[in-house]
Design a protein around this ligand. Sequence first.
Ligand code: HAM
Length: 429
Amino acid sequence: MNNLKNLRGTFDLLPEKLTKWQNVEEIIKTQLLRASVREIRTPIIEMTELFIRGIGEGTDVVNKEMYTFTDRGNRSCTLRPEGTASVARAIINDGNLQNSQNKFWYMGPMFRYERPQAGRQRQFHQLGVEFIGYESPYSDVSLISLAWDILEKLGISELNLEINSLGDIYDRKSYQISFLKWLEDNIDNLDQDSKARIYKNPLRIMDTKNQETKQLLEKAPKLSDFLSENSLERYSIIKNQLKSMKIPFIENPNLVRGLDYYSHTAFEITSGNLGSQATVCGGGRYDNLIDQMGGPKIPAIGFAIGLERLILLAGKQFDKGRETDIYIVNKGAQAQSLALELSRKLRHYDVITEIDLSDASFSKQLKKANKCNAKSIIVIGDEEANKREFSIRSFNSNHENKNQLTISIEENVKLEKWICNNLASNTSL
Ligand code: HAM
């Protein structure tokens, strides 16, 4: 069994690291509950067809990054690279969801076969939020402000919100004709990556990282010049509303996003503290996705936050979890049996209990209690076990024995009173 390592780009999250994840997730869930966003859970594995039709054949995600395999029933399956296509499928499959407005969130692992580096993994986690059935430009701002506020609630500063309007299908079609013509005229001066994209996904050339191509593109036709009056009006309402809600943003006319389903609003939130993989949140409107996938025409908008990147940004104040309230020290078979009975009883109360089952010396057990920062200890020796009682005391008390008590295992009220007086709940996060 030697050499059995994690697959490249995948990681174990051990309990010490997970405390921060859990604290951060708790805050996110509270914000989502307050905004009436409900959880949805879709399968991690889907038919490959779903992502080809949903995300688009010309995208890097579908072309190069999917974990696709044939199952034993000879079906092509894919581990989800993102969550939006699955939510769209769930809407199509459930007629009841089609006639109402729904706000959903999901959290979980996604899979993309990318080159791993800091902030980029092959298995990573997303919080996704999708507002389905929402058309008003104000719903765009409602969604963007939710993403912004979640990040702010987590104390993350130095955030940049970039927005763009991609217009509707017709705006984009007429732009694409003119842009394609310009690209063909300038093909000799494009970098290799952009050349390869010309007929697959020309719009993505707009957000190239290649400096020379970037410079060249300054002379290319602009998508903003092809937006209809309606699209411009919509975009302008969004910008004004963001301003009036004091959410700072930058307009980035080259922001096109890597998935094909977007129309009108596209946005990303980046942080200067993340290095080269700076985008912590990306999203946009996808009014045509559900009908393109065979469902009714339902407008929608959503975003996803990369949780690994979010955890990197969230401060140290989220590192700490709840610590042990009561550590049960015991020695000998009879004492161990009573300790077990007691630890079970203690699960009725909101206290965190650790029972020592090492049968080591009392002093060793006390050291362990100290090491895990236990707030109090219960000691059960032979004598106590014989009488079916135990002594409990606050570990850090300066007043020697002041709050030490001997309690019989049957005396529930006495135990409860001691817990109330000595162990104030520490669920303050
Ligand atoms: P996306 O931009 O592909 O959008 O991903 C959203 C976020 O997931 C990124 O901004 C990043 O933080 C994180 N992310 C993506 N790939 C990786 C990776 N390989 N390693 C670590 N983090 C990563 C979507 O997935 C859309 N479904 C968002 C959306 C929802 N649009 C509408 N609704």
